[in-house]
Ligand binder design. Structure first.
Ligand SMILES: Nc1ncnc2c1ncn2[C@@H]1O[C@H](COP(=O)(O)OP(=O)(O)OP(=O)(O)O)[C@@H](O)[C@H]1O
Ligand SMILES: [Mg+2]
Length: 322
């Protein structure tokens, strides 16, 4: 009999096939441990998913019958924007684009590393839940553990505090299918339930387009600022327009546009033109460089050993740093 009162662990031990069903809702054993879900019912409550839906799905996969029990003794997390908890974070800069693969992660990681090298206290949040690749890029390893106050302790590398969804996945190859309330809840926890400490800047690497994540982030944190990445490709304007429109609609300040992968292949300096058309600052152009596509043996960000890149970030920071 499935009641919703069983723990994630119990149900997986009883029915290994339940893993797939639970995962669909963003409930993995790892996530249950990190976020302290006391039962399937508790997880459903926190994630704002009807418990009945999960239990019916589990029943179909396991053949057990459902008798939903009331979840008691656990406060539901209040929906909406949380107050407090991020006062110690100076600025929150989200890196976004309308289109995938334009180099958001590259720009975000190097911005964070550049600022850390300059002596700022920097956090880096990999908010790409479908394809979290920052840890892989920085060759950072480790589990996200909770401290005594049950706050998630970020990983640290190259002077940055890093949080990513990757350690919560069962395996690297597993594609995540988390949607809607699940992603917003996870994003909320990755912002508020992390022991970030004092930060000057939190750089957030977003997934492309107008998916749940950018919308949720902008909704939760209207004070967040966005840095748009585009390529000189002809379609760049359309893509940048889409990302800019989202930020404008949600009253998020657009810091400007960075053109990435400039040079011979896609042409040069359409970024400036795009920025002008959208009425936002142009922050600089990064060339397409074979070396930038490689991950150094120790995972060190390219800005650490490329003078050209550092110069671009110096100018960029002059324009957007306060
Ligand atoms: N200026 C550059 N020169 C050469 N390679 C680059 C450059 N910028 C990014 N790359 C490479 O291009 C690929 C895509 O970059 P990246 O992952 O940063 O894009 P993204 O916009 O974050 O993609 P996604 O939308 O999938 O998150 C990566 O392999 C990266 O190493
Ligand atoms: Mg990316």
């Amino acid at each position: 009999m499935l009641t919703g009162q069983e723990t994630v662990h119990d149900i997986i031990v009883r029915h290994p096939e339940a893993v797939k069903v639970l995962h669909k809702y963003g409930i993995t054993a790892e996530a249950a441990e990190h976020f302290g879900y006391k039962s399937i019912g508790h997880a459903a409550l926190v994630l704002k998913i009807p418990l009945k839906k999960i239990l019916d799905d589990l029943a179909a996969a396991t053949g057990e019958k459902v008798k939903e029990a009331k979840v008691t003794g656990i406060q539901a997390v209040k929906p909406g924007v949380r107050k407090g908890g991020l006062e110690n974070i100076g600025r929150i800069v989200a890196v976004h684009s309308g289109k995938g693969g334009v180099g958001k992660t590259f720009v975000a990681v190097n911005l964070a590393a550049f600022l850390a090298e300059k002596g700022y206290k920097v956090g880096l949040l990999d908010a790409d839940v479908d394809c979290p690749n920052i840890l892989h890029l920085l060759k950072a390893e480790g589990k996200l553990l909770a401290d005594a106050r049950k706050m998630i302790v970020p990983l640290e590398k190259f002077g940055m505090k890093i949080v990513s969804m990757a350690p919560l996945l069962n395996s690297e190859d597993e594609a995540l299918m988390w949607r809607g309330p699940v992603v917003s809840r996870v994003l909320e926890q990755f912002l508020y339930d992390v022991a970030w400490g004092d930060l000057d800047v939190l750089v957030v690497d977003l997934p492309p387009g107008t998916s749940d994540i950018p919308i949720t982030l902008y909704h939760m944190l209207p004070r967040c600022e966005t840095l748009l990445v585009t390529t000189p490709h002809q379609l760049g304007l359309l893509d940048a327009k889409k990302a800019a429109a989202l930020a404008k609609r949600m009253n998020v300040r657009i810091l400007g546009i960075v053109e990435n992968m400039g040079g011979e292949v896609f042409g040069k300096n359409r970024g400036a033109e795009v920025a002008e058309k959208l009425g936002v600052p142009f922050l600089g152009s990064i060339s397409l460089h074979a070396a930038y596509a490689q991950i150094p043996a120790d995972g060190s960000p390219h800005v650490a050993d490329s003078g050209d890149l550092r110069e671009i970030y110096e100018l960029l920071w002059k324009k957007i740093g306060k």
